[in-house]
Each structure stands twice: as structure tokens, then as C-alpha cells.
Design a protein around this ligand. Structure first.
Ligand code: TEU
Length: 521
């Protein structure tokens, strides 16, 4: 537990760089776009940015396929751009955390290219998972593992002699070969990457697939019913116990920079297994994704929160809360879309921001953006192709942010050809309009973030559940005493006693209507 650390009650804002703001008119967002809009983030009141990958990449998975982890891709503005962003953000009191991708590299990474060229049985292949195929001519992959994006997790290579040869493992896209963390170069190089960015003033890292990396030695088959974009705790592709030694190694490096934070993407459901990642010598924070998986339903919300609190208690860690990200559909749509979806999303934002711990807001959440139904021909997520067009993938929640004006591209770019098309009906949702309107979703977010930060009622690290009418939830912050009530039922409920600080929508005859939350002191 680190109650004094800056990140222990921070509001992180996730910038998906492709979609945030485009400074150079190529239709893709970039780092100078972030720089140009730091005022928006300062107004919103966030403590830190989590920047999705901006390092050198062929962009097969939009940056999660890293070809050089210690340089910035020209698409995002190169090294000079991040060297402008870091001090500018710091001047405004905003920390910068970067995404790092230790589980795999890009197939364009020099190590992988060298491995292909060197051929079977060579030292160069040891940095990845190269295996011979099964069957008489090795025409079957080494095991039945599937890629998270669909299809086999193995791709067969053409050997230097021109013949089909070994297979390599990729838990994600073909262009994302898994690294073999048993090879000492892999950790050494990762350490270099961590120090490289920490020396340049970065305040911490979001660690991609933090429960991946280690694989069981014999690579045993998985169960047959593995679904695209999800996996269970007993899936041999993830959460192998030797991953913890890797996290201890990472922590030893990061501990040389006392204010730096690590946030692991840990898709592990079992609390005991999940908590192992939060041991004092492993990660500082671990994402808990339960709130992204549930309906707007009192029992489910309470269960998700209670479960997260119990999970962090095991290692006396700090909780994290998130309603959506670049992988998971936006909550406005998940909660039913339209006005109802937005009302519920605002109510859930109040639930999340009333809780102790670190909160992650995904860019566009503060504007109440919904998912976008995109036509087939514009889809880019590898999941669409790899699933044989059965899973549309994650593009729906990655559409660029509307900044200003009345028509696409809404100030996101000077080019009308944005990398994903923007819906014309977002004219009412632009940052410009919402900043000027005290009743907007943005003004609401700004207000609740400010209250959370300024009011002593939000101090303390526990919560107590209070009696609530059916369909509603009420909890109180242990310590500060702030009370949060949320009505997920069908009828208005009386407000609990206390001074009303804010509600996510108007009260009705002094009562809290359905799909609405309130904070009381
Ligand atoms: O996601 C890892 C991951 O496991 C997810 O694909 C997850 O299974 C799914 O989204 C659940 O809905 C990370 C990144 O967040 C994602 O964007 C990358 O595509 C992936 O790693 C590969 O680097």
C-alpha cells in the first residue's frame, strides 16, 4: 500500500493517440495533437495521461506491434514531439505514463527479422517461440492455441532455403510474435526501454498483457472452446506462475525512480491469482475490468465493486476503476445507448469517482461519446479479418474525438479523410460546444472531478455499504464520509441524509430518479 503516492487516488486520462487530435493533417492523431489540447485536460482536472503506444511500429495493431521501443514513430511526431509533450504536461501538473508492450514485438523488429534469416535451430530464434509443426510434413501447428484476435496462434514461415519450415507463436496478430522471456536478452532490453523513458521524464508505464509473457514449458493444448477477445483463468496462454519473476525484475528497475508507477493490464478473474500481481515487489496498480463487463444493475455493480475491494485487500493494494478503454465498448452504448445510456454512464462516472483509488477515464468518455456503427469497408482492427468477419472488433470505440465546428472532421484534423469516419451527429458533442455549456457532459465531468479532488469527504481508503431501496446502491467513504447513491431501479428513491453535493441528473420532487446518482456530504 502506498497511500501517499501521487497515483494512489489519481484520475488518469487515457489518450488513444490515433484518435485524440491530428496536428499535421494526415487524418491520424499524433503527439503534437495532445500538446495542442493540454488545456482541455487541465480544465477537466486530470492528474495523469496514459498514452497508448506511440513507439515505432508498422501499425498492424495500431502501435501494439513495436519495432523499436526506444523511439517514437514518425506518424506520431518522432522523438522531438514527446520531448515537447513531457515538459509541457508537467508544467500543467499532468504526469505522463506510457504503454509498454513486453509480451511481443512487431514482426518488423530487428530481432525477429534476424530470427527469420538465421533459420531453424539458431540462437536468433531463441528470443521467440519457434517450433516445428506436427504431422508428417509439419503441416499442423505445434499446438491448438488460437490468437486472441481469431485464427491459429501459429504462423508457418518460409525458411531461408525457400521451403515451408517452422512455426512461430503469436497470441495476437501474425505481425506480433511472442517473445521468449526465458532468453536473457529479452529482460535486458526491456530494462533498457524502461530506463530510457524514465530518464526522459516519463512518470510510469501501463504494461500491456502483464499476465502474458511467461508460457508453460511444454506449451500444452488449450480447451477447445476459446472465444475471440477473451480467455479464462485456466487458459495456458496466460497467467503462468513464472510471470511473477518477470514482474519482480521490472519492479527492481522502476524502484530506482521512486515516483514512477506501473499499471498492469491483468485480465485475470480469480481474486487470489489477480492479487499476486500486486504483491509489494510486483506491480503498483493492476487494472480491474469488472466494471467494463457488467450491466447497469444494482446487484452486478455492487458485486463488481465489492469484489475489487476484496481483491486489493489481499495484498493491501490500491484499487483501480475503469468503465471503458480502447478494447472495450463505450459505456453509453453498453448501458443501452441514447439518452438512457448517457444518463446511466454519468451515474456510473459518479460511482467510479466516489470510490477510493485510481480512476481511468477513456478519451471521449468526458464528452459522453457512444460507440459508432462503422461500415464493413472501414474496419481496421485485425480482429475483423482474423475472426473471418464474425467479430467486428474494437474500431467502434476508437473513432476520433470531435473538437469543434459543425461537421466532420470536427477540428480533429485538417483533413476530411480521418482514419475512421466521424459521425455527423457528433456536432452537438464537440469539446467546443460542451466547454461553453454549463449543462454539458463535459462540464459535469469537470465538476465531479473537482469535487473528488477538493472535498475532504473523499478521503480514506475504504467504503461501507448502507441500506438502500431495491434496485439502488448507497455507499459511504470510510474516513471522509462522502455518500454516493445510485438508482438503477425503476422508481425514484428518497435521498439518504446529508448535504447534496451534486447529482448526475435533476432530482424529481426531491427524490433520486432512475438512472441517476447523487453525492452527499
Ligand atoms: O490487450 C490484451 C488483451 O488481452 C485484449 O485483447 C483482451 O483480451 C480483450 O480486449 C478483452 O476484451 C492489449 C491491448 O490493450 C490491445 O489493444 C492490444 O491489441 C493487445 O494487448 C495486443 O498488444
Amino acid at each position: 500500500m502506498s497511500p501517499g503516492a501521487w497515483w494512489s487516488n489519481a484520475v488518469f486520462y487515457q489518450v488513444y493517440p490515433r484518435s485524440f487530435a491530428d496536428s499535421d493533417g494526415d487524418g491520424v492523431g499524433d503527439i503534437d495533437g495532445v500538446l495542442a489540447h493540454l488545456d482541455h485536460l487541465e480544465r477537466l482536472g486530470v492528474d495523469a495521461i496514459w498514452l497508448n503506444p506511440v513507439t515505432v511500429s508498422p501499425m498492424a495493431d495500431h502501435g501494439y506491434d513495436v519495432a523499436d521501443p526506444r523511439d517514437i514513430d514518425p506518424l506520431f511526431g518522432g522523438m522531438a514531439a514527446i520531448e515537447r509533450l513531457i515538459p509541457a504536461a508537467h508544467e500543467r501538473g499532468i504526469k505522463i505514463t506510457m504503454d509498454v508492450v513486453p509480451n511481443h514485438t512487431s514482426s518488423a523488429h530487428p530481432w525477429f527479422q534476424a530470427a527469420l534469416a538465421a533459420g531453424p535451430g539458431t540462437e536468433a530464434r531463441e528470443r521467440y517461440y519457434f517450433r516445428d509443426g506436427r504431422g508428417p510434413d509439419g503441416e499442423l501447428p505445434p499446438n491448438n492455441w488460437t490468437s486472441v484476435f481469431g485464427g491459429s496462434a501459429w504462423t508457418r514461415v518460409v525458411e531461408p532455403d525457400g521451403n515451408p519450415g517452422q512455426y512461430y507463436l503469436h497470441l495476437f496478430d501474425t505481425e506480433q510474435p511472442d517473445l521468449n522471456w526465458e532468453h536473457p536478452d529479452v529482460f535486458d532490453d526491456f530494462e533498457k526501454t524502461l530506463r530510457f523513458w524514465l530518464e526522459r521524464g516519463v512518470d510510469g508505464f501501463r504494461i500491456d498483457v502483464a499476465h502474458g509473457m511467461a508460457k508453460p514449458a511444454d506449451l500444452p493444448d488449450a480447451k477447445d472452446d476459446v472465444k475471440v477477445l477473451s480467455h479464462s483463468d485456466d487458459d495456458p496462454r496466460f497467467n503462468h506462475p513464472s510471470v511473477h519473476e518477470i514482474h519482480r525484475g521490472i519492479r527492481r528497475v522502476v524502484d530506482d525512480y521512486p515516483d514512477a508507477v506501473t499499471i498492469g493490464e491483468v485480465w485475470v478473474l480469480d481474486n487470489l491469482l489477480w492479487a499476486e500481481y500486486l504483491r509489494p515487489d510486483e506491480l503498483h496498480l493492476g487494472f480491474n475490468f469488472r466494471l467494463t463487463k457488467i450491466d447497469f444493475d444494482a446487484d452486478q455493480i455492487q458485486h463488481a465493486i465489492q469484489n475489487s475491494m476484496e481483491a486489493i485487500a489481499i495484498e493491501n493494494a490500491i484499487p483501480t476503476w475503469t468503465l471503458s478503454n480502447h478494447d472495450v465498448g463505450r459505456e453509453v452504448t453498453r448501458y443501452g445507448g441514447g439518452e438512457v445510456g448517457l444518463r446511466r454512464a454519468k451515474a456510473m462516472a459518479m460511482v467510479m469517482l466516489a470510490l477510493p483509488g485510481a480512476v481511468f477515464v477513456y478519451n471521449g468518455e468526458e464528452l459522453g461519446l457512444p460507440d459508432v456503427e462503422l461500415p464493413d469497408e472501414v474496419l481496421q482492427d485485425p480482429t475483423w479479418e482474423r475472426s473471418g468477419h464474425t467479430e467486428r472488433g474494437r474500431d467502434k470505440c476508437r473513432v476520433p474525438i470531435p473538437w469543434s465546428g459543425d461537421a466532420p472532421p470536427f477540428g480533429f484534423s485538417s483533413s476530411p479523410e480521418t482514419w475512421l469516419p466521424m459521425p455527423p451527429e457528433w456536432a452537438t458533442l464537440t469539446v467546443e460546444r460542451q466547454t461553453a455549456d454549463p449543462e454539458s457532459t463535459f462540464s459535469f465531468f469537470r465538476h465531479i472531478i473537482k469535487l473528488r479532488k477538493e472535498r475532504a469527504e473523499f478521503d480514506g481508503d475504504g467504503i461501507d455499504w448502507l441500506d438502500a431501496p431495491r434496485g439502488a446502491l448507497i455507499f459511504r467513504r470510510r474516513g471522509g464520509g462522502a455518500v454516493c447513491a445510485v438508482n438503477a431501479g425503476r422508481r425514484p428513491i428518497p435521498l439518504p441524509p446529508g448535504e447534496l453535493l451534486v447529482s448526475s441528473g435533476p432530482l424529481v420532487d426531491g427524490e433520486l430518479p432512475p438512472d441517476t446518482a447523487a453525492w452527499l456530504a
